[in-house]
Design a protein around this ligand. Structure first.
Ligand code: HEC
Ligand code: HEC
Length: 225
């Protein structure tokens, strides 16, 4: 009898290991998101911490190509970032990208965080935060975020829109986006980050609230001149 049980156990383990994983990459990415405890710093819907950006719309605002570059080496893209490099395996990084790419706002369905907020400017501020405008334009429109192959190397700040844009122009930009930002070197690669066309996921009223909020922003006091 001795020795037979371990053999049976080994056979069982071997079988379990060989059983194909039938989960989709998205499902495996969701499981990886939970096991790395990304929620410690990121919200999806109403769940999670707020040290990092809300990811409810991350698959709408960022391309899979960018998400892959970002997860591979956050500091390689944005030197100052607090986002850790988890040194994922190639496969789990790809699964995470597949999962993040599915996040296009559904987690807010029925409970939009700005719905309880009164007044266009305060609503616009919450929209700005929870849609992740700040992941490209900086907190409060302060700018400083990198883009590749664009003049100046940065995504524009939004603190001077009141003096450079009319309300109608702001509404138009937010609604239709800018699919192809101007390149610094015309022969160089396409910039990885582009202004999304938010008109496909927001109402006129929500876009109007965002414009109202942007018009309240002022250049930083410490600009030095
Ligand atoms: C210690 C906090 C922290 C943890 C844990 C963390 N992140 Fe982040 N993450 C950040 C911060 C902060 C940023 C914003 C970049 C910046 O401004 O520096 C960010 C940015 C991002 C972005 C890109 C920006 C965007 O458009 O939203 C993605 C995608 C992302 N994180 C995914 C993840 C995933 C997936 C995990 C888990 C594997 C994770 N993060 C864990 C802090 C964290
Ligand atoms: C993926 C990055 C990204 C996100 C997210 C993003 N933007 Fe932009 N946005 C850009 C880029 C890049 C430009 C510059 C486009 C160009 O080259 O003309 C821009 C331009 C703009 C402009 C015109 C200002 C100017 O100087 O050209 C406004 C207004 C604006 N964005 C508002 C918003 C708002 C509001 C949100 C959130 C609802 C948002 N953006 C989210 C990348 C982004």
């Amino acid at each position: 009898m001795r020795g037979r049980l371990p053999l049976a156990a080994a056979a069982f383990l071997l079988l379990a290991a060989c059983r194909p994983d039938t989960r989709t990459p998205e499902e495996r990415g969701r499981a990886a998101y939970a096991s790395y405890n990304c929620r410690q710093c990121h919200r999806i819907g109403s769940e999670g911490g707020a040290l990092g950006p809300d990811l409810t719309y991350v698959g709408f605002r960022k391309s899979e190509a960018f998400l892959d570059v970002w997860l591979k080496d956050p500091r390689g893209w944005q030197q100052s970032t607090q986002m850790p490099n988890f040194a994922y395996t190639e496969q789990s990084r790809k699964n995470l990208v597949a999962y993040l790419a599915t996040l296009k706002g559904e987690a807010f369905a029925g409970a939009k965080p700005w719905d309880a907020v009164k007044g266009p400017e305060p609503r616009g501020a919450v929209l700005y935060d929870r849609l992740g405008c700040g992941t490209c334009h900086g907190k409060g429109g302060a700018g400083g975020f990198r883009n590749n192959n664009v003049p100046g190397g940065k995504i524009p700040a939004l603190r001077e829109t009141a003096s450079t844009f009319t309300r109608e122009e702001l509404v138009r930009k937010i609604k239709h986006g800018v699919p192809k930002p101007q390149k610094a070197d015309p022969a160089g690669p396409e910039p990885m980050l582009a202004m999304p066309a938010w008109g496909s996921v927001l109402t006129e009223e929500e876009i109007g609230a965002l414009a109202s909020y942007l018009l309240t922003l002022k250049p930083a006091d410490d600009a030095g001149f």
